[in-house]
Design a protein around this ligand. Sequence first.
Ligand code: C2O
Ligand code: CU
Ligand code: CU
Length: 486
Amino acid sequence: MPTFSRRNALILGGVGITGTAVGATGFFVNQRLSSRSSQATTSGNSLIEPTELQSVDGALAVSLESSPQQVSIAGRNVQALSYNGGVPGPTLRVRPGDTLSVSLRNGLKDPSNLHVHGLHVSPEGTSDNVFVTVEAGDSFDYQYELPADHPPGVYWYHPHHHGFVADQVFSGLYGAIIVEDPDAIPVERERVLVISDITFDSAGNIPPATPMDTMSGREGELVLVNGQLTPGMDARPGERERWRIVNACVSRYLRLRLDGQQLTLLGIDSGRFESAHEIDEVVLAPGNRADLVVTGSAGNATLSALPYDRGSAGGMMMGSRNSRSADEIVLATFTVAGDTVAPVAAIPMQAVQRDLRSATVTARRELVFAMGMGMGGGMMSPTINGRAFDASRIDTTVQFGSVEEWLLTNTSTLDHPLHLHVWPMQIVEQDGRPVDTMMWQDVVNIPARSTTRVRIAFDDFSGKTVYHCHILDHEDNGMMGIINAN
Ligand code: C2O
Ligand code: CU
Ligand code: CU
């Protein structure tokens, strides 16, 4: 196994940070229950997967309708927002080279649109164009052409209409996209785990975010897996499962553990690592995904989210953020019992991706993430290079086909996960230390008061799109810029 820097270890887990032994009680009561949602935790419910829609002969055409919907969450009827009636929406399973067509109908009372997060597709026209507005009651037909060499992995979709993103995602609008491997990995079963958080009152209404919530980034009081509270999964010893995990939380970081089980991380966000990593835990910033292989060992395990310190917004009002992620949360149970299953074939090697560490860099720039003083009420407002988002301004112009190196500087006391559309980023340096393994991600966390260096190849597609903090409250509040590749 390669040696990882400390920052790498934070993402990949397994090195140096496993000493935080939390008194794992393994009971469902670890899931925090608020006074506002006083239902008993449901246990013994099996994990239910979203409906899966799979491409045939190179094409997948789906209809997605967003609408207010009453859904059952943790035994309560919640007034949520949903795609096609469920939370999460259906899983879309495609292959490199496919055409994905989505007919979106906006049944909400607010404007919306659709973004295919992480897909390496055109940002223009009817493709992954976040400048499209689909007004309430209107429809829009998207068409995405995936290149034949599109990286396999876990991606996702969600609305992206500036100003409404956090509210719409928090209320239930998200779903997984899987891009299959060219050579299938032999597993006994595959699971999709879309993790989200939500808050609702005793009447099942989702309360609006407070100014403090939007400054720090709201964290829901319940953390759900596929819309369920602490669902259960079963397997037999020796069985190999592939878990496709999406962090669809608006602001919550997920430091995931599944103690007692063998975890092999195939990749984060975009494609697979050169070789799989054995890990103890994985940290997913909002928007990140993990492509994970779990090999069952007899016993009762819990998929848990451990405390993660993402810093403090340090506003004048209260001086600190809510500290909800200070507790360990049990997300799901994994029960491995029965006769041992014979091992399946080894995980096939993956074609080596391009390594930009040896590329010729044609431009360097710095992006500074800060929390500036806002207009009123003593709240801090998030900025990139001192500016808030302006839909009529192009912040960054890059040359199509070039490789750039970006220094990402976070001067604030809060982590910011930077997300760039269309072109994945290769992390080459974290906090001054070179990264010695190949890490391609489309959401790169920049820890509080630190720097991260990434390289980006602006190839295959030109056009205008965005980069932003994936704490979606920050994005809606202006921590976003427009980039034009031409
Ligand atoms: Cu997942 Cu621009 O967003
Ligand atoms: Cu995105
Ligand atoms: Cu942020």
